[in-house]
Design a protein. Structure first.
Length: 246
């Protein structure tokens, strides 16, 4: 009797095991990537080129002994490197927000008022740092690609000068403009989101820092005392950057 009971239990166990082996195995549940969304804070780095266009108006004739006022200008391309921080809101396909950035620039523009005597008539234009506070607005081409326009206020430090030397390299007079100026900035760009946290961008901006006036410094009370000059500075920039959302 006992042996028959054990045989019956064993048969039932083998039958249940066989049925369990035949049951389908469920595949593991795949976790979906979080949806692409532009809303939130971000910060990052940017760099590229900056083309500095400088202008100098010489209304009192520093370079013409008081005659025939003239205007001078030149351009030079240098580098720019800095960082940015901002915030986006997304509403359907529309994305808008604000951004602040600060950058250092290198490479100033130089020219000569008297081409035959460049060492005696140097003019230079330099913007050594730039900061902007801008609005941004655009729309998504697809969930991960944003095109936008941007614009706002710009602040930059300029160091411009126009000097006149004698043939024996003695300073006759110099008009210099060393100050922080306020202007405006406008631009456009495209940005790509690679995952929920990282984006990369390419952008073009135009900056106008306006103009600043100064009067000449003339050693030994030479006749140029009181001569005026006006400098202007504009920048055309091409930038690439990366941002981290947080």
């Amino acid at each position: 009797m006992k042996s028959r009971f054990l045989a019956t239990v064993s048969a039932l166990a083998l039958s249940c095991g066989a049925q369990a082996a035949d049951l389908p195995v469920k595949a593991p549940i795949a976790l979906a990537d979080p949806p692409m969304n532009w809303t939130g804070w971000y910060a990052g780095l940017q760099g590229g080129f900056a083309r500095d266009a400088g202008g100098f108006q010489d209304p009192d004739g520093l370079y013409t002994a008081g005659f025939a006022p003239r205007n001078f200008g030149t351009r030079h391309t240098g580098g720019i490197l800095g960082g940015h921080v901002g915030y986006n809101w997304q509403n359907a396909r529309f994305v808008y927000g604000f951004e602040a950035d600060a950058s250092g620039l290198w490479g100033n523009a130089r020219t000569a008022a008297l081409p035959a005597f460049p060492a005696q008539s140097p003019i230079s234009f330099d913007v050594d740092w730039l900061a902007t506070f801008r609005g941004r607005a655009g729309f998504t081409l697809d969930p991960a690609t944003l095109v936008y326009v941007t614009g706002g206020v710009a602040f930059g430090h300029v160091n411009n000068s126009a000097a006149l030397f004698s043939g024996s390299n003695i300073l006759q007079g110099v008009i210099s403009n060393d100050e922080t100026r306020t202007g405006w900035v406008i631009g456009a760009g495209i940005e790509r989101m690679f995952n929920a946290r990282w984006t990369a961008r390419a952008e073009v901006r135009y900056v106008d820092l306006g103009s600043g006036t100064a009067t000449a410094f003339c050693p030994d009370a030479t006749p140029c005392t009181g001569y005026r000059g006006e400098f202007s500075n504009q920048l055309l920039m091409g930038l690439v950057g990366v941002s981290l959302k947080f």
